[in-house]
Design a protein around this ligand. Structure first.
Ligand SMILES: Cc1ncc(COP(=O)(O)O)c(C=O)c1O
Length: 455
């Protein structure tokens, strides 16, 4: 099923699972014995192993390939985003403008969100103090789930500590609920979906990215009686292209399959109430499970699925990633609920976001920079080499106070390394001017190609 196209094929196709198949609500005792055996074995075998040298090798490989990741220390200033302070390793500080965040709408700074979080902290304290099952379900969690179910026009929603966990936990649990389930997964699906699919012990088929013909071929080749599920995204965050939602829903109907969409890069941003691309395209009711994050467009943290009441009840009851972990802090749930409720009405913010992305793309394209443009809010400028991408990113940061993180393999395929800009409604015209001028100067200085790459 390997097509060799996507950055994640490696993960999609890698053999085995990370943790082995964990059963639903497996009693801890059942798991302890094999874990202890494995630990004892490793200790014995490890006598002659130089662990430090192995770590050095692994890290050196990343340096050699120019894809060793360096984290930039930043301090966001309340009410001033996208302005922030960067703290260098020597302790000195410098003002920067953040151009690569996923707080797409600036909701992480919105007074409505902050007020809700302050209020909840004052009312209830810091943490939830438990898993959802054991004292960690609060009115804040219930309120947020109701807000999300309403957002997506579904009977229910289920909160997780992140959308990563929501994808991983849900997709790895579904085969327990539908024995014999075959999951058809887009080749460019996010790592969290790949992890869920690959360690669920069920059958998987990888279809070429957005290739509905290939998906149809794969589905037609399988047993018509087998339970099936198609997993895909509405906005693929690195190229900013859209998934063919309607065509996939048609295929799901034709083959009697469930549909699972990741709207992580779309919730808050698209649709009349910010429910995502499926809402914009009036297709939400045709999707069985909708996954979203509270960390990007909604500016806080956490993830969820929205689906039928029975589906949420079953996942709630069987998914270890939901059951065996402390629930979100109530203040986080309160802030997220305030953000979701606010964005159901704040169309102006959504429109300004889209306008900002269009302006930036038009200006960068006008200078002949190689970009990918699929009409979404994401602005990827292709550099095509990991070392150059890192250098450009460093020069923007040091010389201009502009922060955009280099994006390298395995997040994107080799040869398409890029700078991925995320203009927001809170980036002003002066900041945009400064960014465009800096890119123009650096592109010339580095003698980079200005040929255009079309979407
Ligand atoms: C497509 C997609 N799904 C899921 C996630 C995970 O979201 P979260 O940050 O809430 O874990 C990401 C994160 O970048 C993503 O890009």
């Amino acid at each position: 099923m390997h097509n060799g196209r996507g950055p994640f094929n490696e993960a999609h196709d890698s053999p085995g699972t990370r943790h082995g198949a964990v059963g639903a609500v497996t009693p801890d005792r059942e798991r302890e014995t094999p874990r202890e055996d494995a630990a004892a074995r490793t200790a014995k075998e490890g006598k002659d192993v130089d662990y430090t040298a192995k770590l050095d090798d692994a890290i050196a490989r990343l340096h050699e390939e120019g894809r060793y990741r360096t984290f930039i220390d930043i301090e966001r200033k309340r009410g001033q985003f996208p302005h922030a302070t960067r703290r260098r390793t020597d302790g000195t500080e410098r003002p920067i403008t953040v151009w690569c965040g996923n707080d797409y709408l600036g909701m992480g700074q919105h007074p409505v969100v902050l007020a809700a979080m302050h209020e909840a902290i004052d009312a209830t304290g810091a943490g939830s103090g438990g898993t959802r099952n054991i004292s960690g379900t609060t009115v804040y969690h219930k309120r947020l789930e109701a807000e999300l179910a309403d957002l997506h026009g579904k009977e229910a929603a289920l909160l997780f500590t992140s959308a990563y966990i929501a994808n991983d936990a849900t997709l790895s649990t579904l085969p327990k609920l539908f024995p014999g389930l075959i999951i058809y997964s887009d080749a460019l699906n996010h790592a969290s979906m790949i992890e869920g699919v690959r360690r669920n012990g069920g059958a998987k088929r990888i279809f070429r990215h957005n290739d509905v013909g290939h998906l149809r071929e794969l589905m037609a080749a399988d047993d018509p009686a087998a339970p099936k599920l198609i997993a895909f995204e509405s906005v693929y965050s690195m190229d900013g292209d859209f998934g063919p939602i309607e065509a996939i829903c048609d295929l799901a109907d034709e083959f009697g399959a469930l549909s699972y969409i990741d709207e992580v890069h779309a919730v808050g941003l698209y649709g009349p109430r910010g429910a995502g691309v499926a809402e914009r395209d009036r297709l939400m009711h045709r999707l069985d499970i909708i996954n979203g994050t509270l960390a990007k467009g909604f500016g806080v943290m956490g993830g969820y699925i929205a689906a039928s009441a029975k589906m949420c009840d079953a996942i709630r009851s069987y998914a270890p990633g939901f059951i065996f972990t402390t629930s979100l802090p109530p203040a986080v749930a309160a802030g997220a609920a305030a953000s979701v409720a606010h964005l159901k009405r704040d169309h102006a913010r959504r429109e300004k976001h889209q306008t900002q992305a269009k302006i930036l793309k038009t200006r960068l394209k006008g200078m002949g920079l190689p970009m990918i443009d699929h009409g979404s809010h994401i602005v990827p400028v292709i550099v095509g080499d990991p070392v150059h991408t890192k250098q450009l990113s460093d020069m923007l940061l040091e010389g201009y106070g502009i922060y955009v993180q280099p994006i390298n393999f395995p997040t994107v395929p080799r040869g398409t390394e890029r700078l991925r800009f995320t203009p927001s409604p809170v980036h002003g015209p002066d900041e945009m001017d400064r960014l465009v001028r800096a890119m123009d100067e650096l592109w010339s200085q580095c003698a980079l190609n200005r040929a255009e790459l079309t979407g």
